[in-house]
Design a protein around this ligand. Structure first.
Ligand code: ZN
Length: 145
């Protein structure tokens, strides 16, 4: 498993896991890799950002080579899983109504709370353009199967 930090033609950044670098190349070529914010399939690999860790450790993170590949790192994966579990346990699943609910919460039309769900690229782009904050849960290796 390889994690890549990717950027789209509109300047959005996101991360995704792939089985291998060859798998990424094939998916990128066939337009299967799309930006979660705008749906653009004009994607390029970005240099990996240093892992988010405590500030003391971050100071010692060595800059990585451009287009570096991060191989499957069990502790990092465990941290991502834990982060995702926290999100899932502390949010309400609103399914495909995500964009609608996020908008209502942002404009104070409904109770403020944490929600999660799915949205189409068009919905995500509209939220992004309207300045409504939301996050994209990282795609984990088990999501590939
Ligand atoms: Zn984008």
């Amino acid at each position: 498993m390889i994690r890549y930090r990717l950027g789209c033609s509109s300047g959005h950044e996101f991360e995704s896991w792939f089985r291998s670098s060859a798998d990424y190349d094939v998916q990128a070529k066939t337009g299967d890799v799309a930006c979660p914010l705008c749906g653009s399939t004009t994607i390029e690999k970005l240099p990996m950002a240093p892992a988010v860790v405590s500030s003391r450790r971050a100071a010692s993170v060595k800059p990585q080579a451009e287009h570096a590949e991060t191989n499957h790192n069990p502790s990092e994966l465990a941290a991502l899983r834990a982060a995702r579990k926290t999100v899932i346990e502390n949010s309400e699943d609103v399914g495909t109504r995500f964009a609608e609910e996020a908008r209502k919460i942002h404009f104070g039309e409904t109770e403020e709370r944490s929600i999660r769900g799915n949205s189409t690229f068009e919905e995500a782009r509209a939220l992004f353009n309207d300045g409504i904050p939301f996050g994209v849960l990282p795609r984990l290796p088990e999501d590939l199967d």
